[in-house]
Design a protein around this ligand. Structure first.
Ligand code: 5GP
Length: 182
């Protein structure tokens, strides 16, 4: 049985329960259903954006009933802070996505800079298509327009942790999502 305290502290910052695990499960289930339907008969490549998407991706992909391939990419724009630095570092390994249908798996879309830079780079490999599935989106924070086909939940412009999302590498393993108290 996992514990789900209503609030917790990291580095003297207070975080409050924001999206309980039970709600995350429903969101992930619905996203998987939509992907299974839209990609029926296709063999997509799921590209996981590390590290934040690992918990989401592991739950999502176990609900995906398609014959698919899993690849990873490292991206970093937050570093140890609670705000996007505006600079995106991408580590792309050799990817076999030419002519393939790619679905990028992201934890959260904030300014949109990471995902737009990633999509721009992926297009150099000439994939058949590129779509994005993101657990969360903060539309109020966008700096660039991005087309995210599958969004689990839109949230206000608050800093969140848990379920893969970290605060200076802490909090990733929380089963629920917590928001920094205002
Ligand atoms: P963007 O490039 O869209 O501004 O940011 C994308 C990345 O920033 C996400 O993949 C995530 O790693 C990080 N990020 C954005 N918002 C949050 C947040 O509220 N909490 C945490 N922990 N990371 C965030």
């Amino acid at each position: 049985m996992f514990t789900q305290p209503p609030m917790l502290w990291y580095n003297q910052k207070k975080f409050e329960l924001f999206i309980p695990k039970s709600q995350i499960n429903l969101i992930v289930e619905e996203l998987a259903c939509r992907i299974n339907k839209d990609y029926q008969g296709k063999k997509p490549v799921f590209l996981l954006v590390l590290k934040g998407s690992i918990f989401f991706a592991s739950d999502l992909l176990r609900k995906v009933s398609l014959d698919c391939v899993v690849e990873t990419v490292s991206a970093n724009s937050y570093g140890a802070y609670m705000k996007s630095s505006g600079e995106v570092n991408l580590i792309l390994t050799k990817l076999d996505i030419t002519g393939k249908e790619v679905i990028i798996v992201e934890d959260i879309i904030d300014t949109g800079l990471t995902i737009s830079k990633l999509i721009e780079n992926l297009k150099l490999f000439n994939p058949e298509s590129v779509e994005v599935v993101a657990l969360l989106s903060k539309p109020g924070m966008r700096k660039v327009k991005v087309n995210v086909k599958y969004i689990g939940k839109e949230i206000p412009s608050r800093f969140v942790i848990g379920y893969g999302l970290d605060y200076s590498e802490h909090g990733r393993n929380l089963p629920s999502i917590y928001a920094l108290s205002e």
